[in-house]
Design a protein around this ligand. Structure first.
Ligand code: PGA
Length: 248
C-alpha cells in the first residue's frame, strides 16, 4: 500500500464562474470516502463562494512574495489564509513564462507561503527545447535546488508538481514511464538533503491529465496524484479523476 496519500489539485487558471463553483462543490460533496486529498484552486475571488466541506480544501494559484504594503494588485499569504486557502500554487510555468518569475522570486514565494502556514504546490518542469537537448534532469535539479537553498523546510511542508511545459494545455501528456522516471529522479535528488522527508514528499504530475489517462499515471510508484488544468473545469471528469486517484 502506498504510504503517501494521493492528492488531486484543480487549477482553474483564469476560468470559471459562480455556477461552476456551485456545481463543483455539490459534485465533490457527494463523493464517498475514501478519497484522495482534493484541492480546488479557483481564481481567488471565488474562494469565499465555496461552502466548507470535508471532501475538499481550497487553494490559490499565486501569492505575493511581499508581506504587506504598497504592491498594487498583489495578494498576500495572510490574505489567502483569511480567505480560506490552505495551499497555494507557486512557480507554475505560466507564471514563469508569461510573468517572468524566476527561481529567486519563486523561492521567496515558497518561503512566505510556508511561514504563513500555507502549503506551497511548487511547480517545476522543462520546456520542449530543454527536453530535446537532454537537459530535463539538470533543469529540474536547478529549479528544486534554488528553492531548497532559500527554504530548507520545503521538503517537509510542500508538494512538488512535475509539469513538463510541453504537456500543459497541449493534449500531449508525458507517458507514465516518462513521468515516473522524472519523479523518481526528483525524489532521489531531494533525498540527498533529507531521505525521510523526500520519501514522504508528495510529487504530483501536471500536463494534459484527463479522466482517460490518469489511471496509468496514478499507477506509477512515484506519482502521488495530479494537478489538473483543463479537465478540472468539467465537473464529471474532475470527479472521475478524484475517484480514480483514491485507489492508486
Ligand atoms: P492542463 O494544465 O491540464 O490544462 O494541461 C495543467 C497545468 O496547469 O499544469
Amino acid at each position: 500500500m502506498r504510504q503517501r496519500k494521493p492528492l488531486v489539485v484543480a487549477n482553474w487558471k483564469m476560468n470559471g464562474n459562480s455556477e461552476l463553483v456551485q456545481q463543483m462543490s455539490e459534485a465533490l460533496s457527494v463523493l464517498k470516502q475514501p478519497l484522495p486529498d482534493i484541492l480546488i484552486c479557483p481564481p481567488v475571488i471565488f474562494l469565499a463562494d465555496f461552502p466548507k466541506h470535508p471532501n475538499y480544501k481550497l487553494g490559490a494559484q499565486n501569492l505575493s512574495e511581499q508581506l504587506v504594503g504598497a504592491f498594487t494588485g498583489e495578494i498576500s499569504a495572510d490574505m489567502l489564509c483569511a480567505s480560506g486557502a490552505s495551499s497555494v500554487i507557486v512557480g507554475h510555468s505560466e507564471r514563469r513564462a508569461l510573468y517572468g518569475e524566476q527561481d529567486s522570486v519563486i523561492s521567496q514565494k515558497v518561503k512566505v507561503a510556508i511561514e504563513a502556514g500555507l502549503t506551497p504546490i511548487l511547480c517545476v518542469g522543462e520546456t520542449l527545447a530543454q527536453r530535446e537537448e537532454e537537459k530535463t534532469l539538470q533543469v529540474l535539479a536547478r529549479q528544486l535546488d534554488a528553492v531548497y537553498a532559500a527554504q530548507p523546510h520545503l521538503l517537509a511542508h510542500s508538494v512538488v508538481s512535475y509539469e513538463p511545459v510541453w504537456a500543459i494545455g497541449t493534449g500531449r501528456t508525458a507517458t507514465p514511464e516518462q513521468a515516473q522516471q522524472v519523479h523518481q529522479f526528483m525524489r532521489q535528488h531531494l533525498a540527498q538533503y533529507d531521505a525521510e522527508a523526500a520519501n514522504e514528499l508528495r510529487i504530483i504530475y501536471g500536463g494534459s491529465v484527463t479522466a482517460a489517462n490518469c489511471e496509468a499515471l496514478f499507477a506509477e510508484a512515484d506519482i502521488d496524484g495530479a494537478l489538473i488544468g483543463g479537465a478540472s473545469l468539467k465537473v464529471a471528469d474532475f470527479s472521475a479523476i478524484c475517484t480514480m486517484a483514491k485507489d492508486s
